[in-house]
Design a protein around this ligand. Structure first.
Ligand code: F6P
Length: 347
């Protein structure tokens, strides 16, 4: 079979491990031709660079960050005749199937293509871990480890200077990264998109710590978190008001605003740090290398079982397939039980 692979949306560690697994199993076990579709859905829209990938080309990429296939945030359904052009290029390159590796945007396009009878399989990728239908996306474990190490480092300087540090992590719609890294880093408060920020609660919590001699605090906040409605401060933080083709504006800056507000309300010495794309870079953890490899193998196996329209997913410790269209109906937000564990350590 001729199987196309593409990587779309934000990159993350583990993408190359997925590509390597698909190529190894596809070529060595199924005698497939594996074609790399460069730059995500843009590659299939422009028919730009769609070329065979060999085993030799992927032998040494398991531990490399990023994606050898490049990526984009192109949404074909925002382009005139986008679906028709994609179907034409699939025919032109004689692709029997496409494996789309991405988050909710990339996989949302795949779900629509499946409805239009395009033979597609999805693999859940994102450091946000907010793809529904799977217990964990690859890229998430690595980002948690990067953010945790950063929080540990911030803790030593916060303690030395008796400062309140607000650490902003990624996480557009869900606070998985904030909660996991916050718990692992021993955060004194964790603020997430799922629960609007109550500034009085935040200030009370910090003052309580100071009153008992803990004169420094670490607050971890997800970039997508927002102040409670009615707060006089701006309730949504964006860096770039211009939205991408999936309607997302660039986020960032809530940590800066929170550090200003907390200083004004308490007089405490405050600093903020935005971890940003550091959480998306570099080599994947061992856990993510294994999870990515498992996802890739299961995806190419699913192609050969004609399980098109599926998302490969982690359920417990098993890799399964689940309907892609169903998985795209909602974003996976954190459950309250999970947040309650973090709250034990607030204040
Ligand atoms: O979707 C993953 C993600 O890392 C989000 O957490 C973040 O808001 C966004 O991508 C950043 O996108 P870009 O790399 O296009 O700025």
């Amino acid at each position: 079979m001729n199987v196309g692979i593409l990587t779309g949306g934000g990159d993350c560690p583990g993408l190359n491990a997925v590509i390597r697994a698909i190529v190894y199993k596809g070529i060595k076990h199924y005698d497939d031709n594996i074609l790399g579709i460069y730059k995500g859905w843009k590659g299939l829209l422009d028919g730009g660079k769609i070329v065979p990938i060999t085993v030799e080309e992927v032998t040494n990429i398991l531990n490399l960050g990023g994606t050898i296939l490049k990526t984009s945030r192109t949404n074909p359904f925002k382009h005139k005749d986008g679906l028709k052009i994609i179907q034409k290029n699939i025919k032109k390159y004689k692709l029997d199937a496409v494996i789309a590796i991405g988050g909710e945007d990339t996989l949302g396009v795949a779900a629509k293509l499946h409805k239009a009878k395009v033979k597609v399989i999805g693999i859940p990728k994102t450091i946000d871990n907010d793809v529904d239908g799977t217990d964990q996306t690859f890229g998430f474990d690595t980002a948690v480890n990067i953010a945790t190490e950063a929080i540990d480092r911030i803790r030593s300087t916060a303690e030395s200077h008796n400062r309140v540090f607000i650490v902003e992590v990624m996480g557009r719609h869900a606070g998985w990264l904030a909660v996991e890294a916050g718990i692992a880093g021993g955060a004194d408060m964790i603020l997430v998109p799922e629960y609007p920020i109550d500034l009085d609660e935040v200030v009370t919590s910090i003052v309580k710590r100071h009153a008992r001699g803990e004169e420094f605090s670490i607050i971890v906040v997800a970039e997508g978190a927002a102040l409670k409605k009615g707060s006089k401060e701006k309730t949504y933080f964006t860096v770039e008001a211009e939205a991408d083709e999936f309607g997302h504006v660039r986020l960032g800056g809530i940590a800066y605003t929170l550090s200003k507000i907390i200083h004004e309300k308490t007089g405490y010495d405050c600093r903020n740090v935005i971890l940003g794309h550091i959480q998306r870079g570099g080599t994947p953890t061992a856990y993510d290398r294994v999870l990515s490899t498992r996802y890739g193998i299961h995806a190419i196996d699913s192609v050969h079982k004609n399980k098109f329209g599926s998302l490969v997913a982690l359920k417990g410790t098993k890799i399964v397939t689940t309907p892609l269209v169903q998985a795209m109906k909602r974003i996976k937000t954190i459950d309250s039980e999970y947040y309650k564990i973090a709250e034990v350590f607030f204040g």
